[in-house]
Structures are given as C-alpha cells and as structure tokens.
Design a protein. Structure first.
Length: 436
C-alpha cells in the first residue's frame, strides 16, 4: 500500500523486520520444545536465543541465489548461531514458518482494526446522541419520505459497525492458528508437542489438521469480513456525500483554514474525504475474491496462494486501518446544519405527512382505496407547486366530511415521528443515553 493511505503502526506489522522477528521466535520456541523432548541439546536451544540474529540485506542477497526465502533466512541465522544452527528447523517445513507467521501478523492487524472500530463506534455514538432529536427528512429512492432524526441515521450506522466488530473478533479467533506439523502435515519428523508449545508462546491455538498448510478457508473468512467492513464504510461515506450536495447541504465535511477545494474554482468545498473512503473501500473488497480463490490448492500443498497473500494481506489491512481512522475523523468533525434539515423537511409543503392523513381517513371509515385516492389527488398539485398540502386537504369536501379541520391540522405534528426515538436509541446502545 502506498504511503499516502498507510499508518505506521499497521505498516510495521508487514515490514520485513517484524516478519523475520516472528520467523526467529517460531524457530527458537520450536528449539525449546525439541530440547524438552530430548531431540536436540538444551544448550543448542539456548545458543539460538543468545546468538540468533539476522540482516535483511544479507537474507535478500542469499535469496537471490537460493530462490527460497526461508532457506535464505536460515542460512543467515546460521552465520550467527554457528554449529548449533544444525538443530534449527528440525522436522519442520517452510509452511510451518510462513503460515504461522501469517497467522501472527493477521491477529496483530486484527487487533489494530478492532481498536480502530472502537474509536469509530465511540464517535458515532457521541454524534448520534448529540443529534437524537435533530429532525431531518428520511428518503427512499432518494425522494422525501417521512421525518426521522439525524441521530437515528447515525445510530443505524453505529449498529452496522458494532456487528462488524463482532464479525472481526470472530474472524480473528478463527485465523489465530499455528501449524508446526512438518511435510504434508503428518508430524512424521516432529512431535505435536512442538506445535502446541509454539502455539502457546505465539498466542495462537493449534491447527487441528494443517496438511502442511493452514486451510485457506480461514483466510477467506477473514478477508470477507474486511470486505464487509469496507462496504459499511462506503455506505456511511455515500450518505455523507449525498447530504453534502449543494442542493441538500444538511451536513458538510469540516473544511479547515487554508484548505483548497479546486484548482480552478476557488468557491469549492468538496466531500473529498468520503469520496476517498469510497475508493479505498473498493481496494479492500478487491481482496475478497482472491482470498476465496486461494481456498483451492493442489493436494496437501501448493503455493498458488502465496503471491496473492503477500500483496493483499498488507494492502487490505493497511488500507482498512487508514479508512477507519479517516472515517472516525470525518464523524468527529462533521458539520451538521439542523436549520437546513428543517428547511428541507418543509420543502414539499407538508407532503411528508401524507401517510398520517391516509391512516386517519381509513380509521374514520373510508376504504383504503378511496382514502389513497383522496390523499393523492391533493398531493399531486403540491408536487407541481400549486399550494400547500394542508390547505388543499382542508378544502377537500370528501375529506372534511369525515375529519374535522382541527383533527387534520394535528396530523401535521412533527413530534409524532419522534415518540419512539428513545426506544430505538436504547435498543442500539443498550442503555439509556442522555438527551443532547
């Protein structure tokens, strides 16, 4: 992932230094377990820990000749450890190191992403509570429907990201497995105790059956969750982008002092952050299909998955980490215009209360079909700018014959649509939230 969309803490997980450190720890812990079993001398395991070092440039140099990254690492390690290096990697195969390392890296990445989600959830909750009663128009098909509140809009996105957090926590647990089972996964040349020991030391669980590689359905599920999170990011970003349009302008990304919106038009204030997030979401989701395709491997092992994971493992997690942090900032700093929301609510001359009128007519004895026609014949002129909805209803003799004018006017009460806001907020947040 390019530096523009990267944050240092997540990037470090995928850098060679962290990778080789994990490789070394796996090998050294395996030596400890082998020493416990009497397979290698205890002094050899101690020597590995004491003198084990590596140089990235030297590993790269060796790999250019060997064309094998794990052998290059072991060769460089042996240059520091000395004769006892012959006890390193006893009974192991490259996948034991590579797959267990990837599991560690993915759990490290998941921990950062879970922390990112916590920050985003906190921001969404704060703003949802702040605007729990801020009336705005709800839209279906992009067209004015009925009133809602901006707080409820944000609460809906909070609930989505809360579900995403649960999914990611489950995916983290699923991916956190260790395989030290040797060639084709039979433990023929290494005791299962070694795997159990390494798993405990690396904070992983034992892979029940690895067939030399950890099954890639685990990885597919992990990246599928990342894809869902990315889609939730795009969903909220698209909502903000629509609400910032000049014709709507109910919210706006924070526009800082000195910021420029266009090289040609000095007046522009564009939703560049959420547009950027929409694009990054596509990058993250691009990893999902390759991860699914990686599930299919030849027999007990091939490496068709390897090159794919070396690209999208870092790219997807780094991009998602950046996107979650950026979205948190967008929500924290989002400029909200309640007066514009109220003005937009009133733009259609009261048509947003049409369902209330429809239901009142049916309750007063009119058939639903006749009631629908009565409401619609008064609504359509309002669409054409030929009056206010309430005024036209009061002049309709068929309606006034069964509903008193005062009763019709009461149907145009915005508070009616707010009466269950607290109930919904409690369902989402699980506790009473103070009114802003």
């Amino acid at each position: 992932m390019i530096p523009r969309y990267s944050r240092p803490e997540m990037t470090r997980i995928w850098e060679p230094e962290n990778k080789f450190r994990i490789w070394f720890e796996i090998e050294a812990h395996a030596c400890d377990a082998q020493a416990e079993l009497g397979v290698i001398p205890k002094s050899a395991a101690q020597t590995v820990w004491k003198y084990g070092k590596w140089e990235i440039d030297r590993i790269d140099e060796i790999e250019r000749e060997t064309k094998h990254d794990v052998i290059a690492f072991l060769t460089n390690l042996a240059e520091h450890v000395g004769d006892d290096a012959r006890f390193v990697h006893q009974g192991m195969t490259s996948s034991d190191v590579l797959d267990t390392t990837l599991a560690v890296q993915m759990t490290q990445a998941a921990d950062l992403l879970l922390a990112d989600l916590d920050q985003l959830l906190a921001a969404l909750k704060d703003r949802a509570v702040e605007h729990r009663y801020t009336a705005t128009i709800g839209r279906s098909h992009g067209i004015h429907a009925e009133p809602t509140t901006f707080g409820l809009k944000l609460a809906g996105h909070y609930a989505a990201f809360a579900r995403n957090r649960e999914r990611l926590a489950a995916a983290r647990a699923d991916i956190a497995t260790c395989a030290i089972s040797g060639a084709v996964g039979t433990f023929a040349n290494i005791d299962p105790h070694v795997e159990a020991h390494v798993a405990e030391k690396m904070g992983l669980s034992v892979e029940p059956i690895s067939t030399q590689v950890i099954p890639r359905d685990r990885h597919a599920a992990f990246f599928a969750v990342l894809g869902v999170i990315a889609s939730s990011i795009e969903n909220l970003s698209t909502e903000i982008r629509h609400l910032q349009r000049s014709e709507v302008l109910e919210v706006e990304e924070y526009f800082s002092a000195g910021q420029k919106g266009s090289s040609a038009m000095p007046h522009k204030r564009n939703p560049v952050l959420t547009e950027n997030l929409t694009g990054i979401a596509r990058v993250v989701r691009a990893a999902v299909v390759p991860a699914m395709e990686n599930v299919t491997l030849w027999h007990e092992r091939d490496i068709s998955h390897s090159s794919v994971e070396r690209v999208f493992g870092p790219d997807a997690t780094i991009a998602l980490d950046f996107a979650l942090a950026r979205l948190t900032g967008v929500i924290r700093n989002l400029v909200v215009y309640p007066e514009t929301m109220k003005a937009n609510l009133d733009r259609l001359g009261g048509l947003v209360f049409s369902q209330r009128v429809l239901l009142a007519l049916t309750q007063a004895g009119m058939s639903r079909e006749d009631a629908y026609m009565a409401v619609q014949r008064n609504a359509m002129p309002v669409w054409r700018g030929e009056g206010k909805f309430l005024d036209l209803l009061l002049k309709d003799e068929a309606i006034s014959a069964i509903i008193e004018p005062e009763a019709i006017e009461k149907l145009f009460n915005l508070d009616f649509h707010m009466k269950h806001v607290d109930t919904i907020m409690k369902r989402v947040f699980g506790e009473p939230t103070p009114a802003a």
